[in-house]
Write a protein that binds this ligand. Structure first.
Ligand SMILES: [Zn+2]
Length: 178
């Protein structure tokens, strides 16, 4: 894995600290877990002081249909209660550029850095920056929205997501609608 900050490879910086590559690899692991559990291949982890404090994978279809269970939301929900006043110090790593719903959650919780593996030109939130309500605009200006940092690894996951969504749509049509 290679990245603009030079810390990819084995995922560590020269001083042995875990870098973006290692955390993105953990997010990719979550994406694989999502797909193997019958969901869409998107994964996320939340990092504070070089430590993963929340992991999440897409759970929109299983165990039960819940349209809000995107990887980023699941990972934010997994953060221990005692760390929840430290969102400003956290970085969210996700395999796919966050959607508008997840960007809203990230802004509301004042997360200041988001690193994503693959960009999402169809549903990624970046195109909205500059057209947000004033409260959110302030947050959007402060958040570092970094990506795509790992298209080689994460674009195939995104393509698989589009395929799975299309298959479900076709399946519903084939069985006489939803
Ligand atoms: Zn989302």
């Amino acid at each position: 894995m290679t990245g603009p900050d030079g810390c990819f490879g084995d995922g560590r910086f020269g001083d042995g600290r875990l870098g973006d590559g290692a955390f993105l690899a953990a997010a990719i692991e979550q994406a694989r877990l999502a797909e193997s559990s019958g969901n869409l291949p998107v994964g996320a982890v939340v990092v504070l002081e070089g430590r993963i404090v929340g992991r999440g994978h897409n759970q929109v279809y299983r165990p039960r249909h819940d349209p809000t269970r995107h990887a980023e939301i699941v990972a934010l929900s997994a953060i221990p209660e005692e760390l929840r006043d430290r969102f400003r110090e956290m970085t969210v790593y996700t395999t796919l550029e966050p959607c508008v719903m997840c960007a809203g959650a990230l802004f509301l919780h004042h997360v200041r850095r988001v690193v994503f593996g693959s960009s999402d030109e169809r549903a990624g939130a970046e195109s909205l920056f500059g057209r947000l309500p004033r409260t959110f605009q302030g947050e959007a200006e402060r958040v570092a929205w970094e990506g795509p940092v790992a298209p080689d690894e994460c674009d195939p996951l995104r393509e698989r997501l589009f395929e799975l969504v299309a298959e479900r749509r076709e399946g519903r049509r084939g069985s006489g609608g939803r």
